[in-house]
Design a protein. Structure first.
Length: 101
């Protein structure tokens, strides 16, 4: 009998399948006051410098500007953003990103 694939694994695989040459991949390390974001392409090659931004609306706006600049500079049409849900600090960033597409 075949093993059932957990739903979380299925969702993760679906996200991975969406990554292609036009995808900008952002990973963020979340902390209490300051976060660090890094951007890579579909091969894992770093694009631009890392960004340190604050846990505030102005910091989130700085992140959004950075992402849009990298998308334009590297001709990317979509973004895949990954954050580790550290404590509750990631919630306001996740809501901001959802609100801004």
């Amino acid at each position: 009998m075949a093993k059932e694939v957990p739903k979380s694994k299925y969702k993760q695989n679906r996200k991975i399948e969406q990554i292609n040459e036009s995808t900008l991949i952002i990973g963020a390390d979340i902390a209490k006051h300051k976060h660090i974001a890094r951007a890579v392409d579909f091969r894992g090659i770093e694009l631009g410098k890392t960004l340190a931004f604050s846990q505030s609306q102005s910091g989130f706006s700085q992140l959004l500007f950075w992402i849009k600049s990298l998308m334009k500079q590297h001709s990317k049409q979509q973004v895949l953003f990954g954050i580790e849900p550290t404590g509750h600090y990631w919630l306001s960033l996740a809501e901001f990103l959802k609100k801004h597409g």
